[in-house]
Design a protein around this ligand. Structure first.
Ligand SMILES: [Zn+2]
Length: 469
């Protein structure tokens, strides 16, 4: 009941507040900025001073290489005859410390008309493009941040002005190379004649777990093209259902799992594999990675942890010595669905009911749990349906629910590692607000991101920058 206060009591309250008369209210001060520290100034001063010197030093080295090539007539790659010097053209390219330039001799084969520019071949640079090491730094930025932010970071961190689409191009070229490399690896190890790493120190058990999530895809089948001076045609609106699944797999050794704090486990090493769409492809890649690591010896058990998704168990048969485990937390999640209908949302009884199931499953009592569920007499059609679903789920996977045994063997029972890995690979970069991906674009960036997360970034130095049409 709301009642207006009599005027007197309001006056009384006002008197009570009196004792200390209120402080005069001051306008807030604009926060002051401190002066830049002297060392910061010195550091930047030296950077600014030495940048042109680095450029000059680099330019000198280029000249040395150019001089060493002078008077060497290259042979034609096709007909092996000596080529003839045609002309020299000025060429420039961008490195981290600035733009380099050189006069590049061009040779031509009198017979086949093929051309060569020995200096550029030797240096491995492309006229008008960014240098290989700058390209790899730009790609690194784009692997952790969206393209526009990556371009901003390039300026702030590297002092290099480049547009977001410039960063995008670099990612496409290096990413395509990384994609081809990992596909080549899958093909290589997919053939039984290939040589894997030594399995001398192969572990007794390897845990493999997989997870998937949806990526928003672009609707347009190809990139928009500007025709003449016309503005780009508008993007069609993204429709629901334009999604594709990204699958991530994690490989780790159960012996390397450590408890960082009570209940929190982390692993020393883990290898991530990710791909867009195809279930066969992710397994081929996981298998290739296992061989590459030398982790599947003749006695190694591959422990496969997954949710109920059929594609996982269908492909698990690829691995001969295996142990299939239904992720414990998925098993409980299904039980919660029934508990909520039985006892109501958030009720304590529901919690206790699920807890009992968890205890029994952990103790390897899956048959007893199923029998108990079968004895329940559901009162509503909805509950009956949910309950039947749970019984069917447990019955189908009971061979994968010997949790007591898995714990005893040290295999673990949950797929927490893959879920957190998947978030790190996919969510953190690919699923930000409004992001839509082309299939090729997502594939390429994914391949690069995996190199970083697997601590294999240096591998990129050995991969060529693919020329895009
Ligand atoms: Zn020739």
């Amino acid at each position: 009941m709301v009642r207006a206060w009599p005027a007197e009591s309001r006056w009384l309250l006002a008197q009570q507040r009196q004792p200390g008369t209120p402080e005069p209210v001051e306008a807030p001060q604009r926060p002051a900025l401190q002066e830049v520290s002297q060392f910061m100034l010195l550091e930047r001063e030296v950077e600014l001073e030495y940048r042109p010197r680095m450029l000059q030093a680099l330019q000198n080295k280029v000249k040395t290489v150019a001089d060493s090539l002078r008077d060497q007539t290259p042979d034609c790659e096709r007909c092996r005859q000596p080529m003839k010097r045609h002309d020299a053209e000025p060429v420039s390219w961008m490195a981290r410390c600035g733009v380099l330039s050189a006069s590049v001799e061009r040779y031509r084969c009198p017979t086949c008309q093929d051309e060569r520019r020995p200096l550029l071949d030797r240096l491995g640079v492309e006229p008008g493009r960014v240098s290989g090491s700058l390209a790899r730094l730009l790609a690194l930025l784009a692997v952790v941040a969206p393209y526009t932010l990556a371009a901003q970071l390039a300026w702030l961190l590297l002092g290099v002005r480049i547009s977001p689409s410039g960063v995008w191009k670099v990612v496409q070229r290096l990413g395509e190379s990384a994609v081809r490399y990992s596909e080549g690896m899958s093909r290589y190890h997919g053939d039984s004649r290939s040589v894997g790493a030594s399995t001398q120190g192969a572990p007794p058990a390897v845990v493999l777990s997989v997870d998937g999530s949806m990526l928003g895809m672009q609707v347009r089948p190809q990139r928009r093209r500007r025709t003449g001076a016309d503005p780009l045609p508008a993007l069609p609106a993204a429709r629901e259902g334009q999604f594709q699944e990204v699958k991530t797999g994690v490989l780790l050794l159960p012996s390397e799992r450590v408890e960082t704090s009570p209940g929190r486990h982390s692993v020393v090493r883990r290898f991530l594999v990710s791909c867009l769409g195809d279930a066969d492809a992710i397994f081929a890649r996981l298998y290739a990675q296992l061989r590459e690591l030398g982790w599947v010896g003749p006695h190694t058990v591959v422990v496969i942890v997954g949710d109920g998704a059929e594609w996982i168990w269908n492909r698990a048969t690829l691995l001969v010595r295996r142990c299939e485990i239904l992720d414990f937390w998925h098993a409980l999640e299904h039980a919660w669905g029934v508990a909520r209908l039985l006892y109501g949302e958030e009720s304590q009884r529901a919690g206790r009911w699920v807890h009992q199931i968890a205890e029994d499953l952990r103790a390897g009592q899956v048959q007893e749990v199923i029998a108990r569920l079968q004895r329940l007499r559901p009162k509503t059609p909805e509950l009956r349906e949910k309950l039947q679903g749970l019984i069917a789920y447990y019955s189908e996977h009971r061979g994968r629910m010997h949790y007591d045994e898995y714990l005893r063997l040290g295999y673990g029972i949950g797929s927490g590692a893959v879920e957190s890995a998947h978030k790190q690979v996919v969510q953190a970069r690919f699923r930000q607000a409004g992001m839509r991906w082309s299939e090729a674009g997502a594939r390429r960036l994914l391949a690069l991101r995996l190199l970083l997360l697997n601590d294999q970034w240096a591998l990129l130095d050995g991969l060529p920058m693919v020329t895009m049409a």
